[in-house]
Design a protein around this ligand. Sequence first.
Ligand SMILES: Nc1nc2c(ncn2[C@@H]2O[C@H](COP(=O)(O)OP(=O)(O)OP(=O)(O)O)[C@@H](O)[C@H]2O)c(=O)[nH]1
Ligand SMILES: [Mg+2]
Length: 304
Amino acid sequence: MILATDQIKSGMVAIVGPPNAGKSTLMNSLLGQKISIVTPKPQTTRNRILGIVNSSDHQILLLDTPGLHTAREPLNREMVRIAMDSLSEVDIVLFLIDVSLPVPEKSREERDREFSSWLERVNCPAILVLNKVDLIDKKKLLPLIEAYAAFFPFKAILPMSALKGEGTESLLREMLVHLPLGPRYFPEDIPTDASERFLAAEIIREKVFLKTGQEIPYSTAVLIESFQEEPEKGLVTIHAAIVLEKDSQKGIVIGKGGLKLQAIGTAARKDIEKMLDQKVFLKLFVKVRKNWSQDERFLKELGF
Ligand SMILES: Nc1nc2c(ncn2[C@@H]2O[C@H](COP(=O)(O)OP(=O)(O)OP(=O)(O)O)[C@@H](O)[C@H]2O)c(=O)[nH]1
Ligand SMILES: [Mg+2]
């Protein structure tokens, strides 16, 4: 039984906002370690990913979510559903936007309508995070803050550079003001509930995003086919499939003489070794599953 005296500030905080705003970067920055993958391409995060921030007097369960956008395709609709569901299941919503993105006058109304339709779902304290302030002239901040304060009753509007870790302390303080008292839900030494298999697949997907252009990232899924640990050798052997949508995409991912796939494999192996703190033997296969992102059954296999 948990006694009232054991209670700390604890609860769930969803990080939501448009694609590429820096949600995953912020989650990693608050955690002090990399759990969520980050790339310069929008729609990198596809699932809800838990990151657990611990201290003696609080435990914050951060949920990194896929970017909110107007989605038509089945995979994107699932991603947006995951993010939207998070809005009504948490104690605090961090709504994160990229303030370095210019919004042309003619798109402003549309953008505001879109934001309103997302914020309508929020029934808990919401904090607006103005991210990427390292990229703008600080003089632009005050008018932005005033405009957003009139737009929605945010509990706070905080400038931030998630990349540089600037503003995270004020954000932490603000979150603690609005978090309820509760138990410590997870042991203190666990940074996420995601499995090592899931995180390994995400790292491989990140390298595909970083090393290929155009449509390939959005046509890529990664399935871990086997994950074998040999503790006595300090070695983990992972077989993973990079799943593409069309035959014509295979050559692009494999590259001339297999060089592209090799580069993806080497970069992924290094990060997975860091995560597991063990030597890793990573074997990548490239497979085609025609139009997998439209295939409800395959999306279920991927955990949607
Ligand atoms: N200059 C600058 N770049 C940032 C900042 N925060 C994030 N970025 C960059 O913005 C890009 C997107 O960051 P992510 O953290 O992947 O963004 P996201 O909101 O999780 O994106 P999705 O998962 O695609 O929705 C990456 O290239 C980051 O390095 C910031 O404060 N300043
Ligand atoms: Mg992300």
